[in-house]
Design a protein around this ligand. Structure first.
Ligand code: SF4
Length: 98
């Protein structure tokens, strides 16, 4: 699951993570196709936004988080180097390049 090195005590949303509940590996080591299969789980996950914000805010390099692959997040971060709090973006308080 896309939880990286954070423990459950540090953040509270992972208890509702669909990848955790379904035991899906969100860190596939091979082809992009497997990343997209993992990412598909995210689209019906109720904590998707929190998960994606967490990954973007701490520049997480590995795994699928919030429905985005590593490559997709890297591209988004590269195009928006001045965004430090992605919560602002998802709340609609700030616009970004997509
Ligand atoms: S959005 Fe995806 S990676 Fe994040 S907790 Fe949900 S299922 Fe897991």
């Amino acid at each position: 699951m896309g939880l990286g090195l954070l423990s459950y005590s540090e953040i509270d949303w992972p208890k509702d993570a669909k990848c955790y509940i379904l035991n899906v590996d969100m860190f596939p080591r091979t082809a992009d196709e497997q990343h997209y299969t993992a990412a598909a789980v995210c689209f019906s996950c109720r904590v998707r936004r929190d998960c994606l914000v967490e990954a973007l805010n701490r520049r997480e390099d590995h795994g699928v988080w919030g429905g985005m692959t590593e490559r997709e997040r890297r591209k988004l971060l590269k195009e928006n180097p001045n965004v430090t709090d992605w919560n602002e973006v998802f709340r609609g308080d700030r616009t970004v390049a997509a």
